[in-house]
Design a protein around this ligand. Structure first.
Ligand code: URP
Ligand code: ZN
Ligand code: ZN
Length: 457
């Protein structure tokens, strides 16, 4: 048989396997893995790793924040993602207060359709527990959104414990996943008032206003409330070792609890907030960057399986024109960091090459587990017959130093400037068609499709 496309002789690394094989692709899907396959077109992957397309379960593209929007839109953000080896992103629907969930979903989809260059899913945000909101949860699942984002802080979004319990209960009934941004609103408000009253307004006050204990307390509480209801819970962007420990304890008690951390918490520390002038604003995100001991604890939790995924929480704001809204006070700096393009390489360099995680674990965290937890497996997240031919060819020996200029993210800086990388994606294939070659985006049209994700448990 002659396949449409054959990727020859690569080292195929999935969450579970690691072997030399050819991959035969027909149309948009993988037909077979084998030896000596013949294709109308062939790509030589000798000496390269061949991976399932990476899945970023946590991005914010053109997200409204106050008067502004996160700087990458669906087109620029997904192009940058593709250049970083990502073939699926999952962003969020954030309905206005009282807005019909399905109407909000349609609007968000319309924003991405025809502009997303890779496939995309959407998590549904629950910002209140009104019966008319929670009654729509089953319809959101039927429309392809089985995961629901909640917040325990942020004005206009924070759910109190009773409301959070109601949300957990509603999502449990449909076998969905509750995602939670877990920071204590009360501790943050208290600490923010303290630092402001001491006249501290520069970016180095940001981590003092959102202490590690604010995260640890909220994670602990969210897990306890999930345990009480029997719902599945996914803690987003865990930044502290104590937060990861709370997750581990819940898992040991049998709670259906999962966790995500982000490259920024694995590779940077709060020393960035002490950079001269206003530079620290480049690192303002919530939760903030933490200490070396947190970084070590997060790597441990990632390697031993307590944390399942690495999402980027890509939420870029330009240093000039957006971050500087907070020149007068750190509380006005729009929070969020860019990172949609650099995750695979950072994790390969500082995880795999540094001996902290295995090659399989790297792929598991960046592709297989996001697919499994968010209803995309086995269509995505693996390389097997019948799966979408979303494939990354990764050169493990390519070395470079990150600079803003080499990236495709539409933002005027990268928090990883000057950081050395070992290994980089050289080609990204979306459903059988190369969209990135030699580290440049080459697709003539945006083929990204909305993914109707399945119920999770
Ligand atoms: O600072 C952050 N993380 N901004 C994005 C929104 C969120 O909380 O995930
Ligand atoms: Zn968050
Ligand atoms: Zn986020």
């Amino acid at each position: 048989m002659i396949f449409d496309l054959v990727i020859r002789n690569g080292r195929v690394v999935t969450g579970e396997g690691d072997y030399i094989a050819d991959i035969g692709i027909n149309g948009e899907t993988i037909a077979v893995l084998g030896e000596g396959l013949k294709g109308k077109k062939t790509i030589d992957a000798n000496d390269k790793l061949v991976l399932p397309g990476a899945i970023d379960p946590h991005v914010h593209l053109e997200m409204p924040v106050g008067e502004t929007f996160s700087a990458d839109d669906w087109e620029s953000g997904t192009r940058a993602a593709a250049c970083g080896g990502v073939t699926t992103v999952i962003d969020f629907v954030e309905p206005d207060p009282g807005e019909d969930l399905l109407a909000a979903l349609q609007k968000r989809r319309a924003c991405a359709d025809g502009r997303a260059t890779i496939d995309f899913g959407l998590h549904m945000t629950l910002r209140d527990d009104h019966p008319q909101t929670l009654d729509q949860v089953p319809a959101a699942v039927a429309a392809g959104c089985p995961s629901f984002k909640t917040y325990l802080t942020y004005e206009g979004f924070a759910l109190n414990d009773a409301a959070f319990l109601h949300a957990l209960e509603a999502v449990r009934k449909v076998k969905g996943m509750v995602m939670v941004h877990a920071e204590s609103d009360a501790i943050i408000n208290y600490c923010t008032q303290q630092v402001i009253s001491q006249g501290m307004t520069s970016p180095d006050a940001h981590p003092l206003s959102r202490l590690a204990i604010a995260e640890a307390e909220a994670i602990q509480r969210a897990l306890a409330l999930a345990e009480a209801t029997g719902a599945s819970i996914y803690i987003v962007h865990i930044s502290t070792a104590t937060g990861a420990q709370a997750l581990e304890h819940a898992q040991l008690r049998g709670v259906s609890a999962y966790g995500e951390t982000c490259p920024q918490y694995l590779t940077l520390t709060d020393e960035c907030y002490s950079l001269p002038g206003f530079e620290g604003a480049k690192y303002v995100c919530s939760p903030p960057l933490r200490k070396q001991k947190d970084r070590d604890g997060l790597w441990k939790a990632l390697s031993n399986g307590v944390i399942q995924t690495v999402g980027t929480d890509h939420c870029p704001f330009n240093f000039q024109g957006q971050k500087d809204i907070g020149l007068d006070s750190f509380i006005h700096i729009p929070p969020g960091l860019p990172g949609i393009e650099t995750r695979l390489s950072l994790l390969h360099t500082y995880g795999v090459k540094s001996g902290r995680i295995s090659l399989n674990r790297w792929v598991e965290c960046c592709s297989l587990n996001p697919a499994r937890l968010f209803g995309l497996y086995p269509r995505k997240g693996t390389l097997m017959p019948g799966a979408d031919a979303d494939i990354v060819i990764f050169d493990p020996d390519f070395e470079c130093v990150i600079s803003h200029e080499m990236l495709h993210e539409r933002v005027d800086y990268t928090p990883y400037e000057g950081i050395k990388l070992q290994g980089y994606p050289v080609m990204t294939i979306l459903r059988g068609i190369p969209i990135v070659a030699e580290r440049e985006y080459i697709a003539p049209t945006a083929r990204g499709k909305f993914l109707l994700r399945q119920g999770i448990r």
